[in-house]
Write a protein that binds this ligand. Structure first.
Ligand code: UD1
Ligand code: CA
Length: 473
């Protein structure tokens, strides 16, 4: 079957009551992406030409989030509002206008079934064609079917209907074959059938799965593609299922990384978002979070407890234990941490070293520059091979405005100095330890601002005899 002749409808209008959340259910994240992103990605990868997303509950929030996630859609994506939300049957019927001239088949997916794969959808389409069915759906055999619609079959094992959990008899509740909420049918049966669906059921809703019983009663062929991997077709209705889906997706993504040459010391505790790229021969220690649009080069080491968000790390760099990096660019052969914090907009060039308890914000550090201990560097432009001593602080904020510090190549900033911005330290200049620098320092000069040391000889004896007493004891 040519997937170009398929339109997809994705249901994402529901309230998601069981999530107990102010955030629409379909926007809750799986591996850092709203769960609704995944079925859309799958239909796009299938080459489906037209995608209709049914939105309703907090529709604008859902649409805006999706639009920012899918910047280059491969298919035409149309959002249709379902207002009020009267059930899944009603949701799909809302797509009728958008598919008015559509003569082909329609694939229906749920926005809360994010783990579904392209291969499984292909299985459904193939079976549909092979059986010459009027409507097909994906079922699964699960250990705990509660909450799902059950697939009722007759003595000859033919599908009779789908009964919702809330409408099921005790006997039906024991059926372990469930409806996954993914269907395939042609547009004319779909929309004519949906108009006939009634809402006489426990929830007073228009049930999309009622189409199955309708097809059977009309003598039409129904095919159930029974999937063996129940985890892949799980629906997310509450936070427990959300955690399970994240675990499953994590395993999938982490296996992909390992097969591509990345070492994960403890894959279960590597929390790596979907869009993150990691080069080969990089090693990732336990409890690492790599989030957003992050790229890690090859041959890197990311030690335990690090969190890296929307950042790029060059090749052969090491990020030592418990460091946090956000929206920054790190070059090659860089060493950061342990316990370092890079706030947004930092650029750290090749071979630079940032040590423990150093905080950097909106600053550039040139090649080979070192800030090894206990510093705050904010709004600074620092050249190459600069040495920032222990405890150096750029005083970038005067209480009203932020100001810039410029340190040129080869400068040496002695320990425990403060650079009161705006200020500039010229090339190869030296700042003596413990200085408070308030004026620009010319190249090749020494600046020293600390008070000169005084010695008062014999002061202890004269003042207090303390030392002598102590010696007596
Ligand atoms: C649904 C199926 C059930 C199946 C299960 C699989 C129905 C009646 N039941 O149940 O047979 O086992 O999925 O996961 O279809 N939605 C709308 N508009 C609405 C209602 C829902 O767009 O008016 C959307 C939701 O946002 C969600 C999807 O449809 O993405 C499924 O709705 P949900 O309420 O989660 O259905 P289930 O009770 O899980
Ligand atoms: Ca559901």
């Amino acid at each position: 079957m040519k997937t170009k002749e398929i339109a997809a409808v994705i249901m994402a209008a529901g309230l998601g009551k069981r999530m107990k959340s102010d955030i629409p259910k379909v926007l809750h994240a799986v591996a850092g992406k709203p769960m609704l992103f995944y079925p859309i990605e799958v239909v796009q990868s299938l080459g489906v030409k037209k995608v209709v997303v049914i939105v309703g509950h907090k529709a604008d929030e859902v649409m805006n989030t999706l639009k920012s996630e899918i910047r280059n859609p491969k298919s035409e994506i149309q959002y249709v509002k379902q207002e009020p939300q009267l059930g899944t049957g009603h949701a799909v019927l809302c797509a009728e206008g958008a598919l008015k001239h559509w003569k082909g088949n329609v694939l229906i997916l749920s926005g809360d079934v994010p783990l579904i794969t392209k291969e499984t959808i292909h299985g459904l389409l193939d079976l549909h064609t092979k059986r010459n069915a009027a409507i097909s759906f994906i079922s699964a055999i699960v250990g705990n079917p509660s909450g799902y619609g059950r697939v009722v079959r007759d003595k000859k094992n033919k599908v009779v209907k789908i009964v919702e959990d809330k409408d099921a008899s005790q006997k039906e509740k024991r059926i372990s074959e469930i409806n996954t909420g993914i269907y395939f049918t042609d547009a004319s049966f779909l929309f004519s059938g949906l108009k006939k669906i009634k809402k006489e059921n426990a929830q007073g809703e228009y049930y999309l799965p009622d189409l199955i019983e309708m097809a059977v009663k009309q003598g039409k062929k129904v095919a159930a593609f029974t999937h063996i991997n129940a985890a892949e077709v799980m629906g997310i209705n509450n936070r427990i299922e959300l955690a399970e889906a994240n675990e499953e997706m994590r395993e999938r993504l982490n296996n992909g990384l390992m097969l591509s040459g990345v070492t994960l010391i403890a894959p279960d505790t590597a929390y790596i978002h979907k869009d993150v790229r990691v080069g080969k021969d990089t090693t990732i220690y336990p409890n690492v979070f790599l989030e957003g649009a992050t790229t890690i080069g090859h041959g890197c080491t990311i030690e335990e407890g690090c969190k890296i968000i929307n950042s790029t790390i060059g090749d052969n760099s090491i990020i030592k234990s418990h460091s946090a990096i956000e929206s920054s660019m790190i070059g090659h052969d860089v060493s950061i941490g342990p316990f370092a914090r890079l706030r947004p907009e930092c650029v750290i060039e090749d071979k630079a070293r940032i040590g423990n308890f150093v905080e950097i914000k909106k600053s550039r550090l040139g090649k080979g520059t070192k800030a090894n201990h206990l510093s705050y560097i904010g709004d600074a432009i620092i050249g190459e091979d600069v040495n920032i001593g222990a405890g150096v602080i750029t005083c970038n904020y005067d209480g009203v405005k932020k100001h810039q510090t410029i340190i040129e190549d080869g400068a040496f900033i002695g320990s425990d100095s403060q650079l009161v911005a705006p200020v500039k330290v010229g090339k190869n200049a030296y700042i003596g330890s413990g200085s408070t620098i308030t004026k620009d320092v010319p190249a090749n000069s020494l600046a020293l601002s600390r008070a000169e040391q005084r010695i008062v000889e014999g002061w202890v004896e004269k003042k207090g005899m303390k030392k002598i007493e102590r010696q007596k004891k």
